[in-house]
Design a protein around this ligand. Structure first.
Ligand code: NAP
Length: 248
């Protein structure tokens, strides 16, 4: 098992990619602390994770990553529960898509606040505890859209491109503490987020993916596992694209 005796925090882990990462890390021996937007979704995630891995150690709570007090609280509670924080996956993310001229300022702010500021707030809270250990790994969930841009998603693309800059700067700041910081940039993944797209758009996107399928959440979890574990001990500040060849 690749994450034996490790403790991992995963945001937005009630469903989709975050849940898959939590289950994967749990199977690899990590104790996992997960958060999502409601108490109900967090409790349901804990129940499902323990059903999948009955011997696993799981802590779950509601926390809004765009709120610094929630981030501080989640990190402190996880540390109290497990006594260490080795890995953080900043996965929580939202979309509020529309063309720029129709986009409300509030929709721009909301997406930046959750997707980009949330990663800053949660990382800031977690590194203080990570520095108590000998090493750490932070993984920020970006998107192919942060690399290519996408019409109708200027807020989302800006937040995901911002995560790449955040990753590179954090990698340089924390390398001396042996804390590695990397980004996973998924292409299109079958989750609630992409299920919300129209059939026509999904068919159109599929044509442009060389591997001719959407990713499964587990494909992304495997990439996060690689970056989180010792196999990637000399990798920091990088963007790992998991996009089926959509952008090379
Ligand atoms: P999803 O299925 O829509 O799930 C989103 C998760 O984030 C849920 O657990 C949700 O909690 C949580 N969340 C939302 N706002 C939050 C907040 N303010 N604070 C804490 N948690 C919050 O999303 P997904 O498709 O798995 O995507 C996960 C990440 O991968 C996102 O960052 C997304 O941008 C990125 N990504 C996804 C794709 C894709 O094709 N799906 C592609 C590239 C990148 P509740 O259940 O309580 O609402």
């Amino acid at each position: 098992m690749k994450l034996q005796n490790k403790t991992a925090l995963i945001t937005g882990a009630s469903r989709g990619i975050g849940y898959a990462v939590a289950e994967c890390f749990l199977r690899e021996g990590a104790a996992v602390a997960v958060c999502s937007l409601t108490e109900q979704s967090a409790a349901a995630a804990k129940e499902a994770l323990l059903k999948a891995v009955p011997a696993g150690r799981v802590y779950a709570q509601r926390a809004d990553v765009s709120q610094s007090a929630d981030c501080e609280g989640f990190v402190q509670n996880a540390f109290r529960e497990f006594g260490a924080i080795d890995i953080l996956v900043n996965n929580a993310g939202i979309t509020k898509d529309t063309l720029m001229l129709r986009m409300k300022e509030a929709d721009f702010d909301a997406v930046i606040n959750v997707n980009l500021k949330g990663a800053f707030l949660m990382s800031k809270a977690a590194v203080k505890f990570m520095m108590k250990g000998a090493e750490g790994s932070i993984i920020n969930m970006s998107s192919v859209v942060g690399q290519t841009g996408n019409a109708g998603q200027i807020n989302y693309a800006a937040s995901k491109a911002g995560l790449i800059g955040l990753t590179k700067a954090m990698a340089k700041e924390f390398a001396s503490r042996n804390i590695r910081v990397n980004t996973v940039a998924p292409g299109f993944v079958s989750t609630d987020m992409t299920n919300a797209l129209s059939e026509e758009l999904r068919a159109e996107v599929l044509k442009s993916i060389p591997l001719k399928r959407f990713a499964q959440a587990a494909d992304i979890a495997n990439a996060a596992l690689f970056l989180a574990c010792g196999d990637a001990s000399y990798i920091t500040g990088q963007v790992l694209a998991v996009n089926g060849g959509l952008y090379v």
